[in-house]
Structure formats: structure tokens, C-alpha cells
Design a protein around this ligand. Structure first.
Ligand SMILES: [Zn+2]
Length: 134
């Protein structure tokens, strides 16, 4: 029996071992990115729609606008984190804690695919950030 045996590159096997995880994270990040871009667009459109309120009503939107503006800022920050994570996937540095250089546990990446620090380092960094903001 003559059969054409597909040539299997050893590199491919190694990738298969390694890639699906990242492909999965990448997919989730891209999905998240799409959602965020959509949301950002929506809020930006809302903020652009200024002068549409009725003068006799005052501007009941003012508080809404304030809320929308700060929401927009946090969404943009999150988008940046996602862009960075996608870049790290390209560079092959994804999933490595930027502080202690240890691999970030898969369970953490599952919950938070844009995580750049392990839990311990994240806590330290947040504590420092809190302290410096006072
Ligand atoms: Zn760490």
C-alpha cells in the first residue's frame, strides 16, 4: 500500500505544544479589544453629542457626562493593557511577570489575559501606587 506520509516538522510539534495556549489568550484578547473599541466608540459619540440638551432642562447630562468621561478613561487604559499584551504575545514575552520574571500562572491569565504581573507582584505594585498617590 502506497500512502503519502505527511511530513511532520519537529518544530511544528513543539509549537503545537506551546501555541494553543497563546492562541487561546490571543483570541480572548482580540475579542476583548473588539468589545472595548466598540464601547469606547459609543462613549465618544455620546460625549461628542454635546449641545443637544434642552436649555430649559439645564444639563441633566452633566453627571452622566462626567461618569462617561471617567469610564472612557478607564476603558482606554484597559485597551492599552490589551494592546501591550498582544504585543507581548508577538514578542514571545507574554505570560511572564514583568517584575519577577516568573511565569504568570495559567489560571490567572485565564481570568485576566492582559495581566502583566503575577499576583504577588501585582499586590506590591498596587500598594506602591496607592502610597504614591497620597
Ligand atoms: Zn511577579
Amino acid at each position: 500500500m502506497v500512502s503519502i506520509c505527511p511530513i511532520r516538522e519537529p518544530i511544528l510539534e513543539k509549537d503545537e505544544e506551546h501555541m494553543p495556549e497563546r492562541a487561546h489568550e490571543r483570541e480572548r484578547l482580540l475579542e476583548e479589544r473588539r468589545t472595548l473599541l466598540h464601547e469606547i466608540e459609543r462613549i465618544e459619540a455620546f460625549l461628542r453629542s454635546e449641545v443637544e440638551f434642552e436649555p430649559e432642562e439645564g444639563d441633566p447630562d452633566l453627571i452622566e457626562r462626567d461618569k462617561a468621561a471617567s469610564l472612557l478613561a478607564s476603558l482606554q487604559e484597559r485597551l492599552q493593557e490589551i494592546e501591550d499584551a498582544l504585543e507581548h504575545i508577538e514578542e514571545g514575552t507574554y505570560g511572564i511577570c514583568e517584575r519577577c520574571k516568573q511565569p504568570i500562572p495559567a489560571e490567572r491569565l485565564e481570568i485576566m489575559p492582559e495581566a502583566r504581573y503575577c499576583v504577588a507582584c501585582q499586590e506590591i505594585i498596587e500598594r506602591q501606587r496607592r502610597r504614591s498617590s497620597f
